[in-house]
Design a protein around this ligand. Structure first.
Ligand SMILES: CC(C)(COP(=O)(O)OP(=O)(O)OC[C@H]1O[C@@H](n2cnc3c(N)ncnc32)[C@H](O)[C@@H]1OP(=O)(O)O)[C@@H](O)C(=O)NCCC(=O)NCCS
Length: 177
């Protein structure tokens, strides 16, 4: 019988820049259509560059059995200051379908709510079945907001849709999943 080890989610600090670098590079390599490199993305050895990038994003990492197996980046929505935004979430292939993303997004949503946000946005590729299925299962709802895809296969892609999760505490939405 396969027994899943517990997943622990922690906030990454600048001192963990190598953990961030290794996960980020793995994600860019493994999911180039879903994980998009920033123009200023630095080389592997640019410690200062990695540290600087970490200052503008809130990063949470999931550890399982002592191994970092997933990461989520969080920011503030550009046009809605009452909303947080998931800038990306990636789980290592060997750890998928074991609720790693679920725990990361739940921790991210709690973090966003603690910042005073009422909503959390998540842009997903309309053709990214795993991400759309995950976001829907978690409780995100599609909006009419669309934008062109930005990944390496952007030319063939139908683009991205913004999905949104309410963070309000009300009788209909008492707590996160
Ligand atoms: C999308 C992604 C983050 C999901 O991570 P995960 O850890 O495998 O997801 P979870 O195990 O937490 O899934 C929770 C639920 O979401 C749904 N789900 C997740 N992946 C799914 C898939 N491939 N197909 C159908 N449903 C899926 C299921 O309901 C699942 O529950 P179940 O396993 O009990 O059926 C992961 O596939 C990934 O890293 N993909 C590459 C990067 C990416 O596309 N990121 C998103 C855009 S930035």
């Amino acid at each position: 019988m396969k027994v899943m080890a517990d997943i622990e989610v922690r906030v990454l600090g600048e001192a963990d820049w190598q953990v961030y670098r290794d996960l980020r590079l793995a994600a860019l390599r493994e999911s180039p259509g879903a994980v998009v490199a920033a123009d200023e993305e630095q080389s592997r050895d640019d410690e200062q560059g990695w540290r600087e990038r970490m200052r503008s994003i809130r990063l949470l990492v999931a550890d399982r059995a002592g191994e970092a197996v997933g990461i989520i980046g969080l920011g503030v929505h550009a046009r809605d200051e009452q909303a947080g935004e998931i800038l990306g979430v990636w789980v290592a292939p060997q750890a998928r379908r074991s609720r790693v993303a679920w725990d990361l997004v739940r921790a991210g949503a709690e973090h966003s709510r603690a910042q005073g946000h009422r909503r959390l946005y998540f842009w997903v590729g309309s053709d990214n079945g795993s991400a759309v299925a995950f976001a829907s299962a978690f409780g995100f709802r599609p909006t009419s907001d669309r934008r062109p895809a930005r990944g390496t296969d952007a030319g063939d892609s139908p683009g991205e849709v913004a999905m949104v999760l309410s963070l309000s505490v009300d009788p209909g939405n008492p707590r996160l999943p």
